[in-house]
Write a protein that binds this ligand. Structure first.
Ligand SMILES: C[S@@+](CC[C@H](N)C(=O)[O-])C[C@H]1O[C@@H](n2cnc3c(N)ncnc32)[C@H](O)[C@@H]1O
Length: 270
């Protein structure tokens, strides 16, 4: 039987990806691979690796092959039913955590929760928060519920289109959302990782601003006086999202840059 030392150089993947897939197949930490690269690898494990390798070579995202992605220092399970959490989304979580810092038992709503990355991270950062997370996709909600349970986050989940998921009269201190914002004509939808992610998580099937219009227009019925609404949006959407917020009567409207300096999060207070 071949050893890892013999098998790894033959991989057509970059070395770090090959290593991560071997770790996944053998269910071992990285240190094991280094210390035991002379151990014979079973034909079953070799076959499992080859299958993952060919899926990766066909472009499937590593997160779907491994079944998880790190976000805010937590491991979130992912499946092809959910968007893979992006590092830039941590800015929306950090902003929400700041906004609720001085509110006792703050009520927080995450619209379009996907894997639950935003809602679960907020609940873990502020265990006093009453966090509600919604999605139109039942399959996504199942993944999010699993993440909340495994990570020990108290989040209430509800299924439905935007505010329709909520019981009547429910109001919040802070609403956050990272809705689908890629315009339907954007060629990136047919490229790279996006080909494998759920279309409903990526595009509004319109100009990229449809979800913002809907969420902004319904916000006053679901926010306390002085409550805040904050969004993540695309690299060029900050002016349009700010305009929507201002037109709806939001004050202190501002946009915040991500680590790359791109205005990525916009919001304001009612
Ligand atoms: C860009 S993904 C964000 C997922 C997650 N919040 C994150 O940041 O990683 C958008 C999410 O909105 C959900 N969604 C799309 N249309 C929706 C609707 N009409 N009502 C509620 N959720 C919707 C999708 O299923 C998807 O989970």
């Amino acid at each position: 039987m071949a050893t890892l030392r013999e098998l790894m150089p033959g991989s057509r993947l970059p070395r770090f990806e090959s290593r991560m897939l071997w770790q996944h197949v053998l269910q071992v930490p990285r240190s094991w691979l280094i210390a035991h690269d002379d151990k014979p690898i079973s034909p079953e494990a070799q076959q499992a690796y080859v299958q993952l390798e060919s899926r990766r070579l066909a472009g499937e995202p590593m997160a779907y092959l491994l079944g998880y992605r790190e976000f805010m220092g937590h491991r979130f399970d992912v499946s092809p039913s959910v968007l893979i959490p992006r590092p830039e989304t941590e800015l929306l979580v950090e902003t929400a955590v700041q906004l609720i810092r001085d509110i006792p038992s703050p009520a927080v709503l995450d619209l379009g929760t996907g894997s639950g990355a935003i809602a679960v991270s907020i609940a873990l950062a502020n265990p006093d928060a009453q966090v509600v997370a919604t999605d139109v996709s039942l399959a996504a909600l199942k993944v999010a519920q699993g993440n909340a349970r495994r990570l020990g986050a108290a989040v209430q989940f509800a299924q439905g289109s935007w505010y329709q998921a909520l019981p009547p009269g429910k109001v919040f201190d802070v609403i956050v959302s990272n809705p689908p914002y890629i315009p339907k004509i954007d060629p990136h939808l047919a490229q790279g990782d996006l080909r494998f992610e759920p279309a409903i998580a990526l595009t509004d099937g319109d100009d990229g601003l449809a979800a913002y219009r809907h969420i902004v227009s319904g916000a006053s019925a679901h926010l306390h006086d002085g409550g805040a609404l904050y969004f993540e949006h695309g690299w060029d959407q900050a002016p349009a999202v700010c305009e929507l917020l201002q037109q709806a009567g939001f004050r202190q409207v501002r946009s915040l840059p991500d680590l790359a300096g791109i205005l990525r999060v916009s919001g304001g207070h009612l």
